[in-house]
Ligand binder design. Structure first.
Ligand code: NAP
Length: 279
């Protein structure tokens, strides 16, 4: 197993090359899943207020033998808490639920443009970072136009934008924009969740050629594009198989063949950040 090197973020800190997604893991299933993920070697754990599992994630981290300093904990500000003071209060509630004094990566979950307050939240997050309560700040589901607005209004660009990326929705243009502006791309639903693109023949053929599974081929496709995938699995064997990076690199042509599976309407549930809002 050769784990890819961590990424250097635009604020000087590091982010592991692969993370663990925790939605919709709650209760004892959630605790067991996070515990086994940490045991297997995942060091980036992705939660959110709206997953209703910050407490479970926090308890699993506290119970783990892995030193806290090695774990990058991500949580996300929900839409109902947009605004400067609201963000500061929401952060304290998340920190308390997680049982942590500092959060490693804090993201705005959705821009919710009709609310019109994401830039106010961003200013509060910049302050939280200055106060050393948050190590890195970022966003999720931001388009190029929303990122431009953040830069214009605050002068601070996010370290990370966590967006929908899978073979049916490769987001080449936004990923390239991130690269040009020093923003790291994280992929949610990296395996395509319900759509299961890893069942595509082209992916099966590439996997066979490298002696890996189709899901491992999809995860390699992300990693070689410079993207941090956040696969979720409740099953320790699948967690391990997703975490390991066996085999050699995919070729440029193989990466292009997987990207070519993309469709303009390839989003999983119509989550266009211009219109889809989550509170
Ligand atoms: N920022 C956002 O707006 C946003 C939105 C959606 C998701 N997310 C984050 O992204 C994470 C991942 O997204 P996701 O859970 O939607 O999708 P995903 O990771 O693409 O897919 C998860 C599904 O794939 C199955 N699976 C996992 N590994 C597998 C394997 N090796 N072989 C076969 N099936 C496998 C899982 O089932 P089992 O559990 O049974 O293995 C689960 O049903 C979430 O947990 C969350 O942290 C963020």
């Amino acid at each position: 197993m050769t784990l890819p090197a961590p990424h250097l973020l635009n604020d000087g800190s590091q982010l592991p090359a692969i993370g663990f997604g925790t939605y919709p893991l709650t209760g004892s299933e959630g605790a067991d899943a996070v515990s086994s993920a940490l045991e297997i070697g995942y060091r980036l754990i992705d939660t959110a207020v709206n997953y209703g599992n910050e407490d479970v994630v926090g308890r699993a981290i506290a119970a783990s033998d892995v030193p806290r300093s090695e774990i990058v904990v991500t949580t996300k500000l929900p839409g109902r808490d947009h605004g400067y003071d609201e963000t500061l209060r929401s952060f304290e509630a998340s920190a308390e639920a997680l049982g942590l004094e500092t959060i490693d990566l804090y993201l705005i979950h959705w821009p919710n443009p009709s609310v019109g307050k994401f830039a106010e939240s961003w200013k509060a997050m910049v302050q939280l970072q200055k106060d050393h309560r948050v190590r890195s700040i970022g966003v999720s589901n931001f388009t190029e136009a929303f990122l431009e607005r953040l830069g214009a209004e605050t002068g601070v660009l996010p370290a990370v934008n966590q967006i929908e990326v899978h073979p049916y929705f490769p987001q080449d243009a936004l990923v390239e924009y991130h690269r040009e502006h020093g923003i790291l791309t994280e992929a949610w639903s990296p395996l395509g969740k319900r759509a299961a693109p890893y069942q595509e023949q082209v992916i099966a053929d590439i996997a066979n050629a490298h002696g890996i599974t189709p899901t491992q081929a999809v995860l390699r496709w992300h990693v070689q594009r410079g993207i941090v995938p956040l696969p979720k699995s409740a099953n320790p064997e699948r967690q391990r198989s997703n975490f390991e990076m066996p085999g050699d690199d995919l070729t440029v042509d193989e990466i292009a063949a997987i990207t070519a599976l993309g469709k303009p309407d390839g989003r999983l549930f119509g989550g266009d950040p211009n219109t889809h809002e989550e509170m």
